[in-house]
Write a protein that binds this ligand. Sequence first.
Ligand code: ATP
Length: 417
Amino acid sequence: MAEVDQFLSKKVADRYLKREVLGEGTYGVVYKAIDTKTGQTVAIKKIRLGKQKEGVNFTALREIKLLKELKDPNIIELTEAFPHKGNLHLVFEFMETDLEAVIRDRNIVLSPADIKSYIHMTLKGLAFCHRKWVLHRDMKPNNLLIGPNGQLKLADFGLARLFGSPDRRFTHQVFARWYRAPELLFGAKQYGSGVDVWAAACIFAELLLRRPFLQGNSDIDQLGKIFAAFGTPKPSQWPDLVHLPDYVEYQYVPAQPMRTLFPMASDDTLDLLSKMFTYDPKARISAQQALEHRYFSSIPLATEPALLPRPPPKRESVNSKVPDFNPGDGPTVLSPPRKQRRVMPHREGFDLNAQQMDEHGNENRQTAAGEKSGQAPMSLDFSVFGMRPPTRPTMNSADKSHLKRKLDLEFQLPEED
Ligand SMILES: Nc1ncnc2c1ncn2[C@@H]1O[C@H](COP(=O)(O)OP(=O)(O)OP(=O)(O)O)[C@@H](O)[C@H]1O
């Protein structure tokens, strides 16, 4: 039986021709690859199974099957999953760039309508998964990938639950802390979709400020940064707080007016942000409710995804075909994994002046292009810009549904006895 499994997984593995390493993340290395069946470029995430070397257990397989069924325009599609040489390989649709690259690109000006569009797509992806009872738990701008038609898609959905929470001891995980909800920082063991909404609020704030909003350098410091912005939570605001496992009393600091934190934002923006940044997870707005907030129906309306400004694709064309591939080629490392090029943050204190934050905040974070990001432009909150970068060719929808149908036939999981 094991031999049959090995044969099958080798057969699936042979379908993909590995090309260069795209980077290394929390769970392992990501390769660019060519799907020889379709000629399409894909991204393959090779997950180290660690202790579970003998294979992926049935629960994990079931979960993977569920993840494969999570199909939404704002979720990265997991098209295939197979074990090979002691690693689990997850095959995803290939994406050109990510929201972190958009935020860091100093040539890009984000209008309020552009920000609305990016946040709208983020919340739509979140609301879809929350409806299916799947949490992300590790939302951050580099997990929000952007396709050739400007569509934003959430990546890594469900992986935190499947493979355990990302290990914060790794330096490259330090950035994830900035998006952590206060209940997680206080050690909550039971938490819900509110953790993703808090992270989405941090991303929203980051789009407005063009720099990470709350950059704590430890969990305690992270809470300090949150309280410096929104005030120490009062028992009336968050009655369950004192019962959380790692609860410690913090010295009282008053909340800053939202207007001080985001001087350029509209009233609707501030109202939605404050609802997403609500301390008590039970009172925090849900992703679906956020989508129904008047911010999304008021002028300016969200920019069409295809018209959104975005950086040049990080890699070559999405639709590159097999012929340019030499089967003798091994994977070529074109550049060091992005995470290795990042540095630890050193910021001290919380600067309440947005302009000051902009000046200091970018010193410690490097761009996907490996350059130190200096002062990034603040997003503008008063106009929609006429000038847009040219749109990129998209995969035609007939090709896409054909590809989907083909892939759906693959990877039938064995039923548990
Ligand atoms: N579907 C994809 N298409 C194109 N590139 C991808 C895709 N998924 C991941 N990548 C790239 O591969 C690299 C590693 O990604 P991965 O998701 O493992 O880690 P990460 O998002 O950088 O960090 P973390 O694991 O902390 O979330 C990144 O440069 C990412 O942009």
